[in-house]
Design a protein. Sequence first.
Length: 442
Amino acid sequence: MSRFITFLKFFIPSIIGIFMFLVPLNIDGETTVPVAFFANFIIDTLTIETITLLVVITIVISAVMSILYSWILKSGSGFLNDVFNTTNFWVILRAIGAVFAVLAYLGAGPEMIISGGTGSMILNDLLPTLFTVFIIAGFFLPLLLNYGLLEFVGTLFSKIMRPLFTLPGRSTVDNLASWVGDGTVGVILTSKQYEDGYYSKREASVIASTFSVVSITFTIVVLDLIGLMHMFGQFYLTIIVAGVAAALIMPRIPPLSRIEDTYYNEGSELEETVPSTHNPLTWGYEKAMVKAEKSPGLLSLIKEGLKTVFDTWFGVLPIVMAIGTLGTILAEYTPIFSWLGAPFVPLFELIGIPEAQAMSETLFIGFTDMFLPAILIENVQNDMTRFIVGAMSITQLIYLSEVGGVILGSKIPLGLGKLFMIFLIRTVITLPIVIVAAFIIF
C-alpha cells in the first residue's frame, strides 16, 4: 500500500469521526453535534412512538435472552453468548428493567413505577434518544478508534494528560467527545477502549466518572429550566472551572486512586513514549500510519458497528431503565435525599445563601436524575440559589438515569457504591467553587 493511500486511510475516517462527535453545529438556533442531530432525525422520521416501542422490545429481548443464556444454556460461545451470558445480578437487573419498561409503556401498574417523574420519564424521554444515539455512535465510533486518530492524538497529548489527570494522551478524544458531544458517547467510547486493552481499570474508571459531562445542549436545557439563559457564559465557565478542578483531584484520591492499573485485555496497552529520533508530532504521525495500514475494510467496519450497537442496546438500555426508575422512585417517593441535605442548611445560611432549605433538598437528589434539582428549584425566586443548584446538577456528573446507568451497563469496573462515593466527593470538591463563583457573579 502506498504511503499516500495509507495517509488517506488515516485522514478521511479521522476527519469524518471528528466531525460527527466533536464539531458543535448551530441548527435552527440550537447547538448540537452531528451524532445528536442524526439521532434526533431518526426519531423524527420513525416517530417517537415507534422508537419507544422498539426500546421496549429490545429490553424484553435482552431479559429473555439473558435468562436463556445465563440460567438455562449456561455455557457457549459466539456473539450472542458474549452479550447475554452474564452474572445473576445483571440478569435480575435486566429482568427488572423489562418489567418496568412494559408497565410504563402500557401505563399499567403502581403509580410510583409508571408516573411521569419515574418510569414513564425514563422510557419516553430518555431511552429513545439513547437508542438512536447508540445506532449512530456504534457505526461511527470505529472511525475514531481504528484508523490512527487515537495514536496521533495520544502521542501529542501524553505529556499533558498524564501529569495533569494521570491518563494516557489518547483519552483526550474520549474527554472531548463527552464535553463537546455527549457524556454517554464518551462512556461507550471509553468502555470500548477498555475492552480492547488500551485503558487500565483505573484509567477507564477515571475517564468515565470524571469527564462524562453532559453536552452543551443539556446545559442549555438546564439553564432554560432555571430561567437563567442570559447567563450562559458565566454559567458554563463556572462548570468548566469546577469540572477541571474535580478532574485534577479525583484520580489522586480514593476510590479512583485505589482501582488497579490492570487491563481487561492484557497485552494491548500502548506505549506513548516518544523515541529520541522523533518529536511528538512526527512520532504520532508514524504510529497513526501504522494503525491506518492495518485498519479494517468497509465490511469489517459494518460488522464491528453492528456488534457495538447490539452490545449497547441489549446491555445498557435495560440497566438504564431499571436503575433510572429505581433512582427516581427514591427521589420522588421517599425523603431520603431531603434528609441527606438537611445538615447543610445551617452552613448555607451561615455563608448567606438565600433559600438555603430549598437548596439543601436538591444537593444529593441529582444522583438519580440531573434534571430533578433544576425542576425542584424552579419556584425559588433568588437567581443566585438557582445558579448554584443548576451548576451543581451538571458538575456532580454522576446521575443514574443516564450517565450512571450507562456506566453500570458497560464493562467499566464501577459499581453502584463506588459511583455514589464519587458523586459525593465531586459534590464536596465542586460545591465551594460554584458557591464562590456565584458570589462573584451576583
